[in-house]
Design a protein around this ligand. Structure first.
Ligand code: CTP
Length: 442
């Protein structure tokens, strides 16, 4: 019996896939199809596959062409599979021409002509392409520019325009967008969703206007500095069936998410302490927010995601350098939970080691600085031979994964898994407490 094997993602299965499978099958008597696992696709840069592995495998099975469907999980697996399944022919589309010649050592390699005019990438970008408008502030040009650049890696989303108080200050790349305006209503009318990166005091009005006009919102965290405003906006989003999502890039990185899963599954025993620090010495501009508003959402994220929101008490300690604006050069918050403690240290006027340590009863997790751009973490134990390191890919500082999650949430009509509503709320509560002056001055 002649065995043929082929591989692919098979996202949104289309006739190009089916034609390939039929021709691959015709090369022999038995066809094995390897479908890529989600993590493997992420690692090789395919970040916004729409369907889950299960859905894609089911789609391939339902064609009735494959005799066996397997999962492709790691680089180099093809050689393993060819030997293990005693494969005679490896078949793949001509877009891969030459790339798999090295497999000739193990079996015959056949490149089949790719069907012109159709691809999953095209289907993803044409189907439900979400038009995003940016509502910005000139202090954040750097991040706005990165966001625009990163959006090009995401199928199914395009940045349609930008609204800024002064559009003259925009760099060339941003000026080229179809809409460049200082009239927010003009932007809103021409997009499906907005990314809010304006000044914190403007967030509420900007988000409200977008939601009232039926637009989804991705907003730099904290969403507001008042719980009442946060509740209003969440309610509005819910009643209008819209996505309202915090933009905290770390939450969308694979390393961070996997670390949370390992902690939840008890790999370091019971968690007793979470210590997160974020600092970057920056010029303290008049218009800019202080340390807690700038870094707080990031540093608070692992505390609330690991220990929950129900702490017993807390103490906020701040080094204030501008009384009038309550501008903090440094803030430390210590939390006491029923069986654990946590601390966050944030600084724009104080430098510290930006690391994350999660201590448990059987070991601890260590993430080196800058932990918020995490692509690696380590589980450390009393016996160092038991230490384990975990590496993941992090492209574009996580911004592209954030956009992918936003687009997926919109397409699926649900909010994202990555930042729970209660976490978003808990972050706003800390900012509100600080704004009310509930801190001790250093
Ligand atoms: N294929 C094909 N003709 C097409 C599209 C894909 O023959 N029009 C083949 C590929 O060459 C590969 C298999 O189908 O052998 C699975 O391809 P996959 O990468 O899953 O599909 P694409 O549509 O190319 O996906 P993407 O746009 O995400 O790269």
């Amino acid at each position: 019996m002649k065995k043929v094997i082929t591989y692919g993602t098979y996202d949104l299965l289309h006739y190009g896939h089916i034609r390939l499978l039929e021709r691959a099958k015709a090369l022999g008597d038995y066809l094995i199809v390897g479908v890529t696992a989600d993590g493997f696709d992420m690692a090789r840069g395919k970040i916004n596959v729409q369907q889950t592995l299960m859905e894609r495998m089911e789609a391939v099975k339902s064609t009735g062409i494959a005799d066996e469907v397997i999962v492709e999980e790691y680089e180099g697996q093809k050689i393993d599979d060819i030997i293990r399944y005693d494969v005679d022919i490896f078949a793949i589309g001509s877009d891969w021409k030459g790339k798999f010649d090295y497999l000739n050592e193990y079996c015959q390699v056949v490149y089949l002509e790719r069907t012109a005019g159709v691809s999953s990438t095209d289907l993803r970008s044409h189907e439900n392409a979400i038009k995003i408008g940016i509502i910005g502030d000139e202090n954040e040009l750097n991040l706005i520019d990165k966001f625009e650049q990163e959006s090009h890696f995401v199928n199914g989303a395009t940045i349609e325009g930008i609204c800024m108080p002064k559009t003259t200050k925009l760099p060339e790349t941003l000026l080229k967008m179809p809409i460049v305006t200082n009239d927010y209503a003009d932007l809103i009318n021409n997009v499906d969703a907005v990314y809010v990166i304006s000044r914190l005091e403007d967030h509420y009005d900007r988000i409200k206007q977008a939601l009232e006009n039926g637009k989804h919102v991705l907003c730099e965290s904290p969403m507001t500095s008042s719980l009442k405003e946060w509740e209003d906006l969440s309610e509005l989003a819910k009643s209008n069936g819209l996505v309202l999502m915090d933009a905290i890039r770390t939450a969308f990185s694979m390393a961070y998410y996997r670390m949370l899963l390992l902690i939840k599954s008890g790999r370091i025993g019971d968690v007793v302490s979470v210590d997160a620090s974020c600092s970057s010495l920056r010029e303290m501009r008049l218009e800019a927010v202080g340390s807690l508003c700038a870094w707080g959402p990031n540093a608070l994220l692992p505390v609330f995601q690991i220990l929950g929101k129900e702490y017993k008490s807390k103490q906020i300690l701040s080094l204030i350098v501008d009384e009038q604006r309550k501008y903090d050069a440094f803030t430390k918050i210590s939390f006491v939970y029923p069986h654990a403690v946590a601390s966050v240290k944030v600084g724009k006027g104080v430098k510290t080691e930006g690391e994350l340590v999660v201590s448990g009863t059987t070991g601890y997790i260590y993430v080196p600085a800058p932990w918020w751009k995490m692509d690696y973490f380590e589980i450390r134990r009393e016996d160092p031979t038991q230490n384990k390191r975990y590496f993941y890919q992090l492209d574009g500082e996580g911004i592209r994964y954030e956009i992918v999650s936003f687009v997926k949430a919109i397409n699926k009509g649900t909010n994202t898994l990555y930042i729970d509503k209660n976490v978003s709320r808990a972050i706003v509560k800390e900012i509100e407490d600080y704004s009310k002056g509930l801190f001790i001055k250093l």
